[in-house]
Design a binder for this molecule. Structure first.
Ligand code: ADP
Ligand code: MN
Ligand code: MN
Ligand code: MN
Length: 369
């Protein structure tokens, strides 16, 4: 321990200074490009609910969310987690971003998602979500972890759920991320190595309503923080490596109370799929960070995807837009899996459009992407 750190340590121990009573609150928000940003603030009181932390602000002109001449954006805490890096009593806050006049800022899809989730019909339907977040670990810009510089590894095959050196690349990140999420109170329910080497997945769920966005975004923040400690970065690009390599998605598993009912669940699932099939383009525009353009590179009708040009569904079909898991078909109830959302989707936008189409029966499609 260096001399300087020892001094700080003694100051903590002896109660000298503010450290004993303070809570460090990290405000996490989403910028105009669907990337997380954060900054921290020292408070002199406990934070037990999001409202215990004050509304704050940041320079929106540095995140493309405001102009320099009128730059202050509001950040309003919406969901509270424990800080898994600084530990208790310190906290992480998932925040809403608002313009100076309290209209939702660019990049804030949470505000409208929350309003939809509060509608009576939606509350009564009890919408559950589970999202499978795929991501790739990068050593430096565009260089996946463990890949030879300027070259490729052995073709896909041994990596999915692979075990051992040369197959599972970056497991220390995955493990640390899982433990930190569980400490924080983020509902991560599993992890696995993916088909492309140094690509991994974690699942968030089951979450009801708006919770899915809060938990998935905080899981993304924690993942980027863990990678940063190793000097790696994380990409959610839907097709990080061109060619014969799988892309990265955010399969969205969805059910309502009726779909989970063992008497008629499966017909409810099929009815929901029929509604989804009538407006594929409205959905595709909400399923990545770039109005569907990014996802075109991924939804090519190969590598376990359906083409973005054609809506399809099927039992156990990983080449369909929507898959009904085999066990749901045989049990006659359960959930559906929308395989179209890209790894860089905003889960608030995805959850909102699924609810609008399947529960609120909104109709009409937009122009093709
Ligand atoms: P896959 O076989 O597609 O890889 P995973 O096991 O990775 O599936 O993920 C399944 C996801 O489905 C999990 O996130 C889980 O929370 C979610 N899930 C399970 N049951 C339901 C349900 N009834 N409604 C919504 N989501 C569900
Ligand atoms: Mn999965
Ligand atoms: Mn997967
Ligand atoms: Mn899946």
């Amino acid at each position: 321990m260096s001399h300087g750190r020892k001094d700080t340590f003694h100051a903590f121990k002896s109660g000298v200074g503010l450290a004993d009573n303070c809570v460090i609150a990290t405000y996490v928000w989403i910028d105009a490009h669907q990337e997380v940003r954060s900054k921290s603030r020292v408070l002199q009181h406990k934070v037990l609910t999001p409202q215990d932390a004050p509304i704050w602000n940041f320079d929106g002109s540095s995140t493309d969310q405001a102009t320099g001449r009128n730059s202050d954006c509001w950040i309003k805490p919406a969901a509270l987690f424990k800080d898994p890096f600084r530990l208790e009593p310190h906290v992480l806050l998932m925040c809403d971003v608002y313009n100076y006049d309290w209209t939702p800022a660019i990049g804030n899809n949470r505000d409208s998602c929350a309003k939809v989730m509060l509608q009576t019909a939606v509350q009564e339907a009890k919408p559950w979500f589970g999202i499978e977040q795929e991501y790739s670990i990068l050593e430096s810009a565009d260089q996946p972890l463990g890949w030879p510089k300027g070259g490729f590894l052995r073709p896909q095959g041994p990596y999915y759920c692979g075990v051992g050196a040369g197959k599972a690349i970056g497991r220390e990140i995955v493990e640390t991320h899982l433990h930190r999420c569980l400490y924080a109170g983020v509902k991560v329910c599993g992890t696995n190595a993916e088909v492309m080497p140094s690509q991994w997945e974690f699942q968030v769920g089951i979450c009801e309503g708006i919770e899915i966005g809060d938990h998935l975004w905080m899981a993304r923040y924690i993942l980027k923080m863990v990678a940063e400690e190793h000097n790696y970065s994380i990409t959610f690009d839907p097709k990080p490596v061109k060619g014969a390599w799988n892309g990265a998605g955010c399969h969205t598993n969805f059910s309502t109370h009726a779909m989970r009912d063992s008497n008629h669940g499966i017909s409810e699932i099929n009815a929901a799929i029929e509604k989804l099939g009538k407006r594929p383009n409205v959905h595709l525009k909400a399923y990545d960070a770039n109005l569907g353009e990014d996802n075109k590179r991924r939804l090519v009708g190969a590598y376990e995807t359906a083409s973005y040009k054609e809506f399809s569904s099927g039992v156990a079909d990983r080449g369909a837009s929507i898959r009904i898991p085999r066990h749901c078909q045989s049990e006659g109830c359960g959930y559906l899996e929308d395989r179209r959302p890209a790894a860089n989707c905003d889960p608030y936008a995805v959850a909102e459009i699924i609810v609008r189409t399947t529960i609120l029966n909104e109709t009409g499609d937009s122009e093709a992407i």
